[in-house]
Structures are given as C-alpha cells and as structure tokens.
Design a protein around this ligand. Sequence first.
Ligand code: PGA
Length: 251
Amino acid sequence: MRKNIVAGNWKMNTTLDEGVELANDINTLLKGKKVNCDVIICVPFTHLTSVNAVIEPELIGLGAENCSEHDKGAYTGEVSASMVKSTGATHVILGHSERRQYFGENNEQLLAKTHQALTNGLKPIFCVGEVLEERENGTYNDVVKSQVEALFSLTPEEFSKIVIAYEPVWAIGTGKTATAEQAEDMHAHIRKVVEEKYGNEIAENTSILYGGSCKPSNAKEIFSKPNVDGGLIGGAALQADSFMGIIEAFD
Ligand code: PGA
C-alpha cells in the first residue's frame, strides 16, 4: 500500500547554520516518537551534506529541491542528480511551480530531469498544479492531467518510483488553502489518470501529496481524505514545531 509522507520544502531559506539547526531540531522532536508517515526534508543544495550529517536516515529522508536535466559537463552553476545523490540524499523535488513559473521549466526538461533522478537512484517528488486563472476558468483538471502525462513515457517500473505533489499555485504561500474537498477531487482525478495509463496497482501505490498553505491547523482535515497521502510543506516546514504539528496530523 502507498505511503503517507510529509515532506518539507525549504525553498531559498536558511543559512547553512540555520538549516543544520532546523534539521537537528526536527530530528530531536522525532526521536523516540512513533509517527504514522515518512518524513522528508528537501533543502538547498548547499545544505545537503551538512544536514545529512545531523539527521538519522531511519527518521528523516533527505531531498534536494531541483536537479539538472544533464548528466554532467559544461553547465556552469548546475547541480546534477549524481551530485545530489552523492550527498546522501534520497529524493528530489522536480517541477515545482516556482521552477516552472520563474525559470521556465517545461515538460520536456522535467522529463529529462526525472530520468536523471531515476538513473541516479533518487525518488522524484513531481509537482503539478494549476494557476488561479485555470481554477477559475474550469480547465484545472485538464491542465493537471497534461502535467502528469508529461511522465507517461516512463516505464511502469520507473513510474512506480514517483511521488506526485498536487500544489494549486493559487494556494502556495498565499495563506489560501484548497478545501479538503477540492484537494480530494483533484487527487482522485490524478489517481485515475495514472490508473488509465499504468493500471490499478501502480495508481493505488502512488503517494499523492497536497501542497499549498498547509499548516498544523488544516493538515488533519486535508490528510483525512482517502486520496490525500500527505503534504509538501513550504512555510510551515521552516519551524520544527509547526512541521511536527503537520506530521502529527497522521495519528
Ligand atoms: P507553502 O508552500 O506551504 O508555503 O504554501 C508549499 C510549496 O510550495 O511546496
């Protein structure tokens, strides 16, 4: 059966010292506690090695927030999937709406990045989600479907390693959350799209996380929905206690 996952996305926040302290605090809070989900923190590239040194892998998984679509070579400033993997990371966020919006990442590049991640043993947390206009004009189901379909050249074995994060862009960092019903409807839609391509078993085993202004006060209701398997958490992942509050929504 699919896993429940709470993943933090730190974005471009924290200095190295602050990040190590935050990771250490989360690790301390998790120690000796029985939690009912996997916990992952996705941190800036510069923090991966140092954060890996202070977290216990059986308590917290480690992820990057992006990786290059290229293997290696003359791509100044880029970070490859093999570099990410060599830090001890297990996951990588791909296709976050901020990458799509501000850095022009398109489906073709995201597929290439996904291949890089999978080839190097990283599990992609693949983000999809519509913008406000698409929510309002009613095209959101089609938009998200086509974002998921960007991965449909993957083999079933490859696709079974993907975690999907549904993040309506209008809910990210805005304090405006999708209702639990809106999240459930979209997650069920995504699962169906996956099922039509890869069959029931893979669809049922795919973890689909919700992201967008998720906090301790709303996580429980959203996570209670049958097709919502956890969250990708931005702002509320930057404080150990609020991140822990979201983890504990799975009780
Ligand atoms: P938010 O960000 O929780 O701050 O809305 C979520 C995300 O962008 O992953």
